[in-house]
Design a protein around this ligand. Structure first.
Ligand SMILES: [Zn+2]
Length: 331
């Protein structure tokens, strides 16, 4: 997938010189191709990705939830759908503040959440495009599917709750501030069946559990060590033999990209990875690798009740969605 990323970035870079340079016809300014990420992440990988965001222009202060309506969950086809949407956005026309027509959005939604994973689209470090007139300092999350008729469920919904939870937590925004597209539009987006009174308590629950886990957990240790390593570590990749083997061995992360070498006439690919060793103070014989440490049986599993956030309001997530919908007025 890294290849795809560099290809997409490379393509955008090559054509950047031509951005605004030619007239698309009829006075329309053709924008450079949209730069997208294109990776599909698990929840844990997404949390790591969100941790690493730097927001160079300042923190966003709003998160919008959308549904794609189309593609539906049935017509979604992973990367080819992602590329199809990129092509679609690049054909869209819009008018700038000076009244000039442009063809091609410069950014789109940040994330498409599907049953097969969490697809990164526009860079979460910067503004995207999702709600006319309300894109500044905003993040846009698209649930893949049409939720006018049915409630979101399955892996797509589990992923969505995690995405909303991780992002709210990262930018320090309480989940009850979640925005829907329809708050600023006549559209039904993110779907008539989706109500804040149903969504927000689930995101709050995720955040509370996340904080409790992160407080002392082994997963938190790995994150802490990655932070300690700082820029010495490259972002983790997936899908190469070495990256997968490093993951299986529980190594901390890559220190360099793959390099081809030759030994006795045989070609190899080599890559350095960081390994962390831990030893309890004054028990110097008990050195463990990070992976060994993580695999140790543990008796100190944190419970929500024991966490610092036990006083955080958790809404009753068992409320039947039907009850909520019937009492909530639609926008
Ligand atoms: Zn929308």
């Amino acid at each position: 997938m890294d290849l795809l990323r560099s290809w997409l970035r490379g393509q955008a870079h090559d054509e950047k010189a031509h951005a605004h340079a030619y007239d698309g016809g009829g006075g329309v300014i053709k924008e450079a191709p949209m730069v997208i990420d294109g990776r599909c992440l698990t929840i844990d990988e997404f949390v790591d990705h969100v941790d690493a965001l730097t927001f160079p222009l300042g923190l966003p202060n709003r998160i919008f939830l959308h549904h794609t309506w189309r593609p539906t969950r049935e017509t979604w086809n992973g990367l080819s759908t992602i590329l199809g949407m990129k092509a679609y956005y690049e054909r869209q026309r819009w008018v700038d503040e000076q009244g000039r027509w442009h063809e091609g959005w410069t950014a789109g939604p940040h994330v498409f959440v599907a049953d097969d994973g969490i697809w990164l689209f526009s860079d979460l470090n910067y503004d995207g495009v999702g709600v006319a007139g309300h894109n500044r300092d905003s993040l846009h999350i698209e649930m893949v599917g049409n939720f006018d008729a049915a409630l979101p469920d399955g892996p797509m919904w589990t992923n969505t709750v995690a995405v909303l939870g991780a992002l709210h937590e990262r930018i320090g925004l309480p989940p009850e501030k979640l925005n829907f597209h329809r708050d600023f539009s006549t559209k039904t987006c993110p779907g008539l069946q989706v109500q804040k009174a149903w969504v927000i308590p689930q995101v709050q629950q995720w955040v509370a559990e996340f904080r409790a886990r992160r407080h002392t957990s082994v997963a938190g240790l790995r994150r802490k060590l990655r932070e300690l390593a700082g820029e010495a570590l490259l972002p983790a990749t997936r899908g190469t033999a070495l990256a997968d083997a490093a993951r299986e061995r529980g190594l901390l992360g890559p220190l360099m990209k793959e390099v081809p070498i030759e030994v006795d006439g045989q070609a190899y690919v080599v890559q350095f990875f960081a390994e962390a060793l831990l030893v309890p103070v004054n028990q110097w014989e008990q050195v463990l690798s990070l992976a060994e440490f993580e695999q140790q049986p543990r008796h100190d599993e944190v419970s929500l009740a024991a966490s610092d956030d036990s006083n955080m309001p958790i809404y009753d997530v068992t409320t039947a969605p039907g009850d909520v919908i019937s009492t909530d007025r639609l926008h």
